[in-house]
Design a binder for this molecule. Sequence first.
Ligand code: ZN
Length: 250
Amino acid sequence: MLMYHHFAPRGYWPKQAVAVYVDDFSEQMDYLQQEGYHVVALRQVWDHYKNGTPLPQKPVVITLDDGYESSYQLAYPVLKKHNYPFTIFPVVNWLQFEKSNKPYAPDKSDYLSWPQMDEMVASGLCDVQSHTFDSHDKVNGISVLITKIKKANGQLETTEEANSRVKEDLRQAKTFIEQRYGWDVYALAYPYGEYDEKVMQTMDELGYGMGLCMSKIKHKNNLKAIARIPVAQSDGLNGFIQRLKSKQAQ
Ligand SMILES: [Zn+2]
């Protein structure tokens, strides 16, 4: 399971973003095709675990986190060329609700608009799952999904308050995506890959069956702690091949 965030044309370097050059990305996608990997939709993996539906040999899943506009402007044309399915994990409230008139600026790290997402979804290749509604933030270095934060009055939340804040956020994200696209939201990509038992329990209550983290595996064989292969800017093609071969897709 591959994890990407942001993409950039060669020569541009967007600040504060984990970006992969789009010509590298294109080579990586060509490589998957040449080497007989089968790019499958995340939903097929979910179906595999839930219902035992078989997966093809050498399955690979492509995930794009955060919902950057570069997913649409740069990665989508490459994915479309190969007819590869992919899943975007947007922070629902970060995306523009209207189409923006601004020209695309590759040196910025702008987010997608929902109309751009709609266009990708209409292709049949793009699945949209949850990266929270608006909880992609840290307090004292810890994801707000697994820590207490200060309330408007300056007091720290109680455990119950923190739990219900997280539950409300995850519920809102799920409802928004489900209403817009008419499919079920079964997966959550944890911001910063951070999760705990409590979040997993909340996911059970809301009907999120899958949790995606980063590369470290804390819980083996747990559908709510699926590790992904992070593809880095410095990987190019050779680093990508090494990562692909050194890890078994879970
Ligand atoms: Zn993220």
